[in-house]
Design a protein around this ligand. Structure first.
Ligand code: GLU
Length: 505
């Protein structure tokens, strides 16, 4: 697919080509790209949320622009500060940073919607004076009854402005009884609302299909549609990449901003990330979050490289740092089909991340697991085992295996390998224990005639208990000679081998 890599000087290399022409990812009035991640802190982020955050971050960085975090915490019954704190620490762990946000402020703050009440009140006043907002005193029960009546009459259930309007006496009666209204947007009739989706190209919808929606709840807090659109405009957001479940909100938000005379961002609606079984992920369905992946030993760079390619084309198969991921980010290569979260692919990136990690990173990752390895051997040990480890426990396993004092038991099916090789094989191997692989192999070959796999596999199993693992030659060079001898002697018939179950008292 062609891409607008060559974009005009000063413009980011990002573009969308769904509409048949390039739409450079740049702000409308020539200001730089500004994106945001706007979580509602009502639970843990799932991988779809994290990917959305990452794409917005990469879009900003690719365009040399700013990225900010805004907490959409107006639903006070469900929002909790701890979820916001967790979300920010997870994104930081992944390697993202932000220029403005609840934790660091910025020129367009506050960045928690719960602290922006005055801003919403002023904007609502402007909508009221423009005749674009009106109070609605109908209760939820009345609305539900009305919907049921419409269905019973064979009509599509719809919010009906004329029906909802109460006469002045009734309004006063409800006010006196302490009922506060919700404020609804008065959707103009007969309008065609058209916009360009950054991924999906031209979109349009008739305003007649949109019922008057809630701007402000009866407790005075802004509904999602209002707070989100207003804050994007006031915070100078140029582009919004968000889940396709928000597509139907876009025309509503465009109308709000138009009525306020504010510039709308450009919206791009991402395909959803689905579970391996194709089910939608959700914060509440207990889907894996970043903290889980981190706990399982995934490196941040593996997760970032995987997510940056989940539903997004990125050339090359080398792991990239955030700068590289940003340089390759291209809105024109975002896919509109569902993206399946696939652990095999994640493991592929984990392998690459382990191969590329600094020794110090791996040492931190392994924690105590590296303790059996003498300091002077650490660099060689890490080089040796890197290709064979995906998890810190595996690194710890090889550290114990090469240097630890535990007895090594052959893994399932491998005891037979040792029995077939037989005692003569291992006495010959033990006799050459200090000589490295060549001396050991020559000794065994001369004594038993074994060669190829029949020579090397039993050596490996006696040393490690495993049928595969790090390369034999450098592994033997690192292992203490006494340990090599002891492991061979155990199977030579010469050693005193009590076995694990009947050790002497
Ligand atoms: N708070 C909204 C959400 O978490 C943000 C949607 C948007 O990005 O516009 O879904």
């Amino acid at each position: 697919m062609a891409r607008a890599r060559e974009g005009r000087a000063g413009l980011p290399k990002i573009a969308s080509m769904r509409s048949g022409r390039w739409v450079p990812l740049r702000a409308m009035s020539g200001q730089s790209v500004r994106t945001r991640f706007a979580p509602s802190p009502t639970g843990r982020l799932h991988m779809g949320n994290v990917r959305t955050a990452l794409f917005n971050f990469l879009a900003a960085r690719a365009g040399g622009g700013d990225f900010l975090i805004r907490s959409e915490d107006t639903d006070s019954s469900r929002s909790e500060e701890r979820w916001l704190i967790e979300a920010m620490s997870e994104l930081a762990w992944l390697g993202m940073d932000w220029d403005e946000g609840p934790d660091r402020g910025g020129a367009r703050g506050p960045y928690r919607q719960s602290e922006r009440a005055e801003i919403y009140a002023r904007a609502l006043d402007r909508l009221k004076s423009a005749g674009a907002a009106y109070p609605c005193f109908r209760t939820e029960e009345e609305l539900a009854d009305h919907r049921r009546a419409q269905i019973a009459a064979g009509r599509p259930p719809r919010y009906d402005r004329e029906w909802a309007r109460l006469d002045g006496d009734e309004v006063r009666r409800r006010e006196a009884a302490g009922h506060a209204p919700v404020w609804r947007f008065s959707v103009p009739s007969g309008r065609t609302l058209a916009w360009q989706d950054l991924l999906r190209g031209p979109q349009q919808v008739s305003s007649d299909e949109i019922a008057d929606f809630i701007l402000v709840r009866s407790d005075g807090s802004p509904g999602f549609m209002f707070g989100n659109a207003l804050d994007d405009a006031l915070m100078g957001i140029s582009h919004v990449l968000r889940g396709e479940d928000h597509t139907s909100n876009t025309p509503r938000q465009l109308m709000i901003l138009e009525a306020l005379g504010l510039e709308a961002p450009r919206y791009g609606h991402l395909s959803l990330v689905v579970s391996p079984e194709g089910q939608p992920l959700s914060k509440r369905a207990g889907s894996e979050g970043l903290a889980d992946l981190r706990g399982e030993g995934y490196l941040a760079s593996a997760v970032a490289n995987y997510l940056a390619r989940l539903g997004h084309g990125l050339d090359g198969d080398d792991p990239l740092d955030m700068r590289g991921l940003a340089a390759g980010f291209d809105v024109g290569r975002l896919s509109t089909s569902p993206a399946r979260f696939d652990h095999e692919q994640l493991d592929h990136w984990q392998h690459k991340a382990v191969m590329a990690a600094q020794d110090s990173e791996l040492a931190e990752w392994a924690g105590d697991g590296l303790a059996p390895v003498p300091a002077s051997d650490r660099a060689d040990f890490l080089e040796l085992v890197r290709p064979n480890v995906q998890r810190p426990e595996e690194l710890a396993f090889w550290a114990r295996c090469l240097y630890g004092s535990d007895r090594i038991e052959p893994s399932a099916g491998n005891r037979e390998v040792l029995e077939v090789a037989g005692p003569a094989f291992f006495s010959a191997a033990a006799a050459q224990a200090g000589g490295g692989l060549d001396a050991i192999a020559t000794g065994v070959r001369e004594a038993t005639g074994a060669k190829g796999r029949a020579l090397f596999l039993p050596l490996r199993v006696a040393l490690t208990g495993q049928g595969d693992g790090p390369e034999l030659r450098p592994m033997l060079a690192l292992m203490p000679e006494a340990k090599v001898r002891e492991r061979f002697e155990r199977w030579s018939g010469a050693a005193d081998d009590p076995g694990p179950a009947n050790h002497r008292e």
